[in-house]
Write a protein that binds this ligand. Structure first.
Ligand code: NAD
Length: 260
């Protein structure tokens, strides 16, 4: 595929290397920072030369960019985080007019790593089993590098929301510092920032006697980039708005079929 990369920072550069390894071609590297990329902004003309887009940029431009991808009628994978408040606007753009713009498809995920998505599924399953056992409480911790601009991470929010769905005693997520006792129905999600950590997420089920921990540790950004490129290959030929959860469910189902 001919792919445009929007946002040529740490992730954009990883994406390029995975795209080339998998036999794709890069049409442009869009980035407003003159020291990065080869085009300062998106345009209909650049998109016309492309069969797909992968965006890992900063949250401010996501809605405007998505409208351009939609108008171009090409699949777009958006890995940028921190734009949850605008998600409905983008989803309505794609779903409200679904079918009018053939080929317009957007796949969004706060974490494209296949392993991190399996971690989310496992955590949810653990909450279903352990949640009803009164002795065990649950909490979350995430760690990221000093350059990360949002907190808690999009992945932590997604996993925490899955836990609330699955856990019988947790109804609210709290992410701020607590200068009081935590309420029994609150799920505390703590963030730590520093160094070069690409991303570590832990869910801990804690009782007076022991702790059961589930942890996903990203070793580098390669896992996110590979997931995003596989996501674009999966998205090609579809129309509409998809979450990374839809994509992963399909990956797991396909692996099961191959095993059978
Ligand atoms: N979904 C995932 O799996 C995943 C994984 C890692 C990082 N992320 C997210 O991806 C984003 C980028 O992460 P990063 O580590 O590459 O950051 P980075 O700061 O290294 O790179 C971001 C780049 O985007 C550029 N940019 C800013 N506004 C832009 C715009 N309107 N159009 C095009 N480019 C623009 C910046 O100049 C910069 O070069 C962040 O939101 C991060 O949280 C998501």
């Amino acid at each position: 595929m001919k792919v445009l990369i929007c946002g040529y920072g740490r992730m954009g550069q990883e994406i390029e290397s995975v795209l080339l390894t998998r036999g794709h071609e890069v049409t442009a590297r869009v980035d407003p920072d003159p020291s990065r990329g080869d085009a300062p902004s998106l345009s209909a003309e650049l998109l016309e030369r492309s069969e797909g887009v992968i965006e890992f940029s900063l949250p401010g431009g996501v809605v405007t960019n998505a409208a351009l991808y939609y108008a171009a009628g090409i699949p777009a994978v958006v890995g940028t985080t921190g734009w949850e408040a605008d998600r409905d606007t983008v989803q309505e753009m794609y779903q409200g007019k679904q079918g009018e713009q053939a080929g317009a498809a957007l796949l969004y995920g706060s974490n494209f790593s296949i392993g991190a998505n399996l971690f989310r599924v496992l955590s949810e399953f653990a909450a279903q089993i352990i949640g009803p056992i009164q002795d065990y409480d649950v909490m979350m911790l995430e760690k990221h590098h000093s350059g990360k601009q949002d907190s808690p991470s999009g992945t932590a929010i997604t996993v925490a929301e899955s836990l609330l769905q699955a856990h019988p005693r947790k109804n609210r997520i709290v992410t701020n510092r607590l200068d009081r006792r935590i309420e029994p129905d609150e799920l505390h999600v703590a963030s730590l920032r520093g160094g070069s950590v690409p991303g570590t997420h832990s869910v801990e089920f804690d009782s007076p006697a022991d702790t059961i921990s589930i942890t996903h540790t990203a070793r580098n950004r390669g896992g996110f980039a590979l997931g995003a490129v596989l996501g674009l290959e999966w998205l090609s030929g579809r129309t509409g708005f998809f979450s990374v959860e839809n994509f992963i469910e399909d990956v797991v189902a396909q692996a099961r079929r191959n095993q059978a």
